[in-house]
Design a protein around this ligand. Structure first.
Ligand SMILES: [Zn+2]
Length: 311
């Protein structure tokens, strides 16, 4: 789905107070979610897809399908399925994760919306799953590609990164990122190895074959078509159009946020945080409500997969 970013001047932010006025209670929050999950009032059964459904008096599942006889709510078939947390709290969690440039720690989320820290963490992992699917993430280019390492000592990291590229410094996790110059959209992936197969595979996944690719001098990209590199190792950072400044500024943003918000971040969960940052970056020029709608729309991905399987 294309989300052409309007100019920054048109972007409409919304304050917490405005959100509270617009969505004062569970009923208002439910209408927000339902308008995205079931656009045009077409309430289809998340189990079988039938439109033959009706309201019922079930406490947690307000709807029932006349065809497969299953009960469901707007959460069924989304990443919120099975969550006892009220939709109003989900709405606020999505708002906070959408609007906080550096991300929100589960400790802060726990305090702000009044759930346990464990629940807050669980909710945020599900919201990150939606951020991971903000697309399209296949770029026409020109694209900049760069690798970085997250974790470990911040001191002298740039020099360390370069020196250890290809082997991987101890205690750090390698991440490869791509930025499309035409749209400023980014994608990033936590990787186990910085070998040519891994890095070129990532570039192939996120760019069309004709896209012009700019990287640093890593030997991993040698021989690639439509590719030019700057030799960071000998102090060359910009040669006309050939540079990776765009993707590097994304790295510095990610690292600042990661350091400020998540003091310790396991490599295991890093991909989700990276997805959240990249997703938020890609939606940043939209109105707050539009960003939230994008996130909710991607929370129903699993239901769509089920439908694709049966359809
Ligand atoms: Zn059904």
């Amino acid at each position: 789905m294309a989300h052409k970013a309007p100019g920054k001047a048109h972007r409409k932010g919304i304050s917490l107070l405005e959100l509270a006025r617009q969505y004062p209670n569970e009923e208002a929050a439910r209408e927000f979610f339902e308008s995205i999950v079931w656009p045009n009032d077409e309430r289809d059964c998340p189990k079988c897809g039938s439109l033959n459904t009706h309201e019922c008096s079930h406490a947690k599942m307000p709807y029932r399908c006349r065809d497969c006889r299953k009960y469901f709510s707007v959460k069924t078939g989304t990443v919120m399925a099975g969550s006892p947390v009220p939709l109003l709290k989900w709405l606020y969690a999505i708002y906070l994760d959408s609007t906080s440039l550096k991300g929100v720690s589960s400790m802060k989320m726990h305090r702000d919306i009044g759930v346990t820290q464990k629940t807050a963490w669980y909710m945020q992992q599900r919201i990150r799953e939606a951020f991971a699917h903000v697309g399209p993430l296949v770029f026409a280019g020109p694209v900049e590609v760069d690798e970085t390492y997250i974790g470990g000592l911040e001191r002298n990291k740039h020099a360390q990164d370069r020196k250890h590229l290809g082997r991987g410094p101890v205690g750090k996790t390698a991440v490869v990122g791509i930025k499309d110059r035409a749209t400023n959209q980014v994608a990033a992936r936590v990787i186990e190895s910085t070998d040519g197969e891994t890095l070129n595979g990532f570039v192939d996944d996120h760019s069309v074959p004709e896209a012009q690719v700019y990287t640093d001098g890593s030997s991993a990209y040698r021989g690639r078509e439509n590719h030019e590199a700057v030799a960071h190792s000998v102090g060359e950072y910009v040669r006309g159009m050939v540079h990776t400044n765009g993707v590097e500024s994304f790295w510095s943003m990610l690292k600042r946020a990661h350091k400020g918000t998540f003091h310790k971040l396991s490599a295991k969960h890093l991909q989700r945080y990276v997805d959240e940052f990249a997703g938020r970056h890609n939606l940043r020029n939209l109105d707050t409500i539009q960003i939230m709608e994008h996130i909710v729309a991607r929370m129903i991905g699993k239901r769509l997969m089920y439908r694709e399987l049966v359809g």
